[in-house]
Design a protein around this ligand. Structure first.
Ligand SMILES: *[C@@H]1O[C@H](CO)[C@@H](O)[C@H](O)[C@H]1NC(C)=O
Ligand SMILES: *[C@@H]1O[C@H](CO)[C@@H](O)[C@H](O)[C@H]1NC(C)=O
Length: 361
């Protein structure tokens, strides 16, 4: 009888994993990732033929319990996705992922009521490309976070309590200013951000070169700031982010959008940098408190294809002059504003690509 039971169990196990140590990692579970599914975008340096294993731990009572269950159970060649959720990890700062001695390529810590985190806990995560700390109570960006996560491509901090970004949150090291960041996707939606740090309201006359907190993120493609408490946004805070394609500022309280410096007609900035935001294709500004778009805000945003300005307080008229420079614009949503007319329709030729204009609510 027990022999039969054993056979059944091992049959069930063999279909899901070669995690030979499976029973030893209880209460965590593990399974071999399905290799038949195409790996889109195989990350640099990832072992193409090595084992990829998903490890899940739920309802853990401490980080120590996670460490006890997993430490020494995997080889360095095994790439691990580790998910720890719905757990109490109050002692996490006394330990750290180094203790686990695993090659974690993807780490998800969700619904763990995580609060203040010392960035040192991320030591030992030199192979991690994806980190999610979403759905916790984190009050600030853990520091130093990127020093230990040099291969990180995605950082998801959505649905936390972050109210500020400090000037050197994303610096790699305290002293030097290495700009070889890999981070492409920064998710900060559903937090309490009132400012982005580094740049305070810069007057247009001031040709300040002070760098914003985001400045080191040279590879950033996607910045999501939806559902925060931003009251103004200056394009200087994305200065130097030449790869940036998507900016989501929707559902904030933005009344003022500023370029941060006087627009120059030749579009070349004093220091030879490209204009901030010049590569953005997709901009989400819906559900804010914008009343006007004055000041040639978008001058130089030649890549912008989709601009959503719905659910603001724009009106009673928007001059297409205000949208000057948007040569590639295809989709413009101006619905749910206080508009009665569109001015300067003769200038519509400045948007040769515009295919969709949603104007009426
Ligand atoms: C931004 O993040 C939210 C979740 O926080 C998501 O629902 C939304 O789709 C994201 N925006 C874009 C443009 O991807
Ligand atoms: C703009 O945003 C609103 C509100 O989120 C949405 O309903 C609408 O579909 C968006 N417009 C376009 C053109 O995507």
């Amino acid at each position: 009888m027990s022999g039969l039971l054993y056979t059944l169990l091992s049959f069930a196990a063999s279909t899901s994993l070669h995690c030979a140590v499976r029973r030893e990692i209880s209460p965590c579970t593990c399974r071999q990732e399905d290799f038949s599914a195409p790996i889109s975008n195989p990350p640099l340096g990832s072992p193409l033929h090595g084992e990829r294993i998903e490890v899940e731990c739920e309802k853990m009572e401490s980080f120590n319990q996670v460490a006890e269950a997993l430490r020494g159970r995997f080889t360095p060649e095994q790439s691990i996705t580790l998910r720890v959720s719905h757990s109490y990890l109050k002692d996490i700062s006394r330990h750290g992922f180094k203790d686990l001695k695993m090659s974690i390529t993807r780490l998800e810590l969700n619904y763990d009521k995580l609060g203040v985190l010392n960035g040192e806990i991320f030591a030992g995560l030199g192979r991690t490309q994806y980190l999610s700390l979403a759905d916790n109570e984190v009050p600030s960006i853990p520091r130093p976070i990127l020093s230990h996560l040099s291969l990180l491509r995605t950082l998801d901090l959505s649905r936390n309590r972050i109210s500020r970004i400090e000037a050197d949150d994303f610096k790699l090291h305290e002293d030097d200013f290495i700009e070889a960041e890999m981070l492409e996707d920064l998710q900060l939606g559903h937090n309490a951000l009132t400012s982005l740090g580094g740049v305070t309201s810069v007057t247009p006359e001031e040709t300040t070169t002070s760098n914003s907190a985001l400045y080191p993120l040279k590879s950033l493609k996607c910045l999501n700031l939806t559902h925060n408490n931003l009251r103004e946004f200056s394009f200087t805070s994305i200065r130097g982010l030449r790869e940036l394609k998507m900016l989501d500022l929707s559902n904030n309280k933005i009344q003022r959008l500023t370029r941060g410096r006087a627009p120059t007609e030749n579009l070349v900035e004093v220091d030879g940098d490209e204009m901030a935001g010049a590569g953005i294709q997709d901009m989400h500004l819906q559900h804010n408190e914008l009343r006007s778009l004055e000041g040639s805000l978008f001058l130089g945003m030649r890549q912008l294809q989709r601009l959503n300005l719905s659910h603001n307080a724009l009106g009673p008229t928007v001059g297409l002059r205000d949208l000057k420079g948007l040569d590639g614009l295809r989709k413009l949503d101006l619905s749910y504003n206080e508009l009665t007319t569109l001015e300067d329709t003769s200038e519509v030729t400045i948007h040769p690509c515009l295919r969709t204009l949603i104007f009426f609510s």
